[in-house]
Design a protein around this ligand. Sequence first.
Ligand SMILES: Cc1ncc(C[n+]2csc(CCOP(=O)(O)OP(=O)(O)O)c2C)c(N)n1
Ligand SMILES: [Mg+2]
Length: 648
Amino acid sequence: MEKDIEQLAVDTVRTLSIDAVQRANSGHPGAPMGMADLAVVLWSKFLRVDPKDPTWANRDRFVLSAGHASMLLYSMLHLSGFPITIEDIRNFRQWGSPTAGHPEMDHPLGIETTTGPLGQGFATGVGMAIAEAHLNDRFGDLIDHRTFGIVSDGDLMEGVAAEAASLAGHLSLGKLIYLYDDNGITLVGPAELTYSEDVGKRFDAYGWQTLSVDGHDRRAVAEAIAAGIDDTERPTLISCKTHIGYGSPSKQDSASAHGSPLGEDEIVLVKENMGWEGEPFHVPGEVYSFFSSALDDRRQEASEWKRRLQATLASDEGLAGAWDKHFKPSQASIAVPEYEDGAKVATRAISGTVINAFAADRPDVIGGSADLASSNNTLIKSSTDFSADDRAGRNLRYGVREHAMGAIANGVTVHGGLRGFGATFLTFVDYMRGAVRLGALMGAPSVWVFTHDSIFLGEDGPTHQSVEHVASLRAIPNLYVMRPANAAEVTGAWEVALNRTNGPTALILTRQGVPVGGTDPVPVARGAYVVRDGDDAVLVATGSEVATALEAADILAGKGRSIRVVSMPCLEAFNEQDAAYRADVLGNGMPVASLEAGVTFGWGDIVGSDGLAIGIDRFGASAPAGVLAEKFGFTAPQVADKLNSWLG
Ligand SMILES: Cc1ncc(C[n+]2csc(CCOP(=O)(O)OP(=O)(O)O)c2C)c(N)n1
Ligand SMILES: [Mg+2]
């Protein structure tokens, strides 16, 4: 009997996946084999994408949260005509190939987000659904799409997924539809070793529609997806019972199918089982035609949408302007807020003022805090809360869910048309570090507002006082860590953050007041600059310590020492400057010291082997901030003394 074309497509996904893993001699064959049925249903019948124009703004978003099943995604992209070639598939996991071990965000290729750290894709997809809901409210049917995802046992075990699921249910994200690869197997063995709750009931309780089907019954999967689409009030989790390693005589339903090649002999048996003919990496011509004609109506929709977009924008100037503000935002240029001469204001409060100053001009910026909005000063006062009833709100209330906040803000950002931000106390960045790192890896220009940045938050004590966090964030590649000292620097730091397009920015802000300084713009974008000149030594400081450094320099001036003070709000930006600028700022060979209320780790690069790094290489303590300054040697006279004896 002639094989059903849909079955042939499924078999092709399976064979491509196992051939690629075998050739790479590494990878995860079991999950793509188990999920091939549901992926073929989703792509051929539902997913609104256009392989010829992968980045059109109103496409459905697809997240493969179980990133280890990357060959499933690459197979689907290749077969449906995205620019992933059969050569790329043959080069799975090789240097320079777009078919990386785990999917790495590349919109022109059809890879919506980077996944691999389990659970994060789940939460990132929630961010995409939030972005869609907000933009749908703003632009009507110009943005009206669904967010689909495939999630695994491991994804659903992760806390970040639970955080995000809870919020997604609360927010009634009805256009979010996840297929759960319910195969009962994880890396080491049966999932039931550690995982026995009723997942459906859990998601019911979160406010999701939950459905359960045989994941190899394609008609049932299609009906369930249709039911997910029909329910516009609740997100949907479709539990698809599948067999990992489907069709492998000795590895199906076993963890041995999870993360290593099947082996040549087993592949022969799998292919015999399915009656497969052809060399490795063979794709029957009719499978290409199947996907091409299956996706035809959706390509059609994409071109109609483009015509509609052009017509609408041409006839409605206001809307065209708004569209550009979201999809082609101009460079940020923000006036430095004015304060009374000599005022002391916390940089978190300055940041709050700056946010509200640019909010009207930058409607693409939406975000908020993990239940600390009033402490992080992140509220956009001219807007409302984003909620189930109010999609126009730009204030995202994440609840006490830092990790989900990080992934959701990234999802909002990588969706396009919006820039997500999130906020918490700096110390709690550890709870969301996975998302900060993944955002940096993806090059997603999300913005993080981290306040209460040092021991100077005082009485809450060492549980809340950051000492190592700034250094640890500086260790993440492609993340700008900005610790501004005054109003002009906070303003400049926000400008830098909003103007970045290829990576995130963390703003590190104080709880306590600092001298606000002047209103002239300062060269924050260069990472460091001289704020007071001197020719005996250079004292480099960041954030709240810049004012202390200036005071210490005054004291030393009284002792006949001429100290140059450099403010270094962003080490990463400074390191990107040319060597001449860097040498110039650091005094061309003058002795260099640093002052930062955190660990000295990392400052050796700036101060050199003869330099002096003043910091705090222990945990803080619970006491009023003034007492802590004294105890930890951070008053201006103490700093002056240290410099004086170091200079000899
Ligand atoms: C945060 C995180 N922890 C651990 C891993 C390593 N890892 C990859 S897959 C996996 C579990 C596999 O179970 P499941 O998600 O059910 O996938 P399946 O084996 O069914 O394909 C683990 C622990 C990871 N990728 N991410
Ligand atoms: Mg599993």
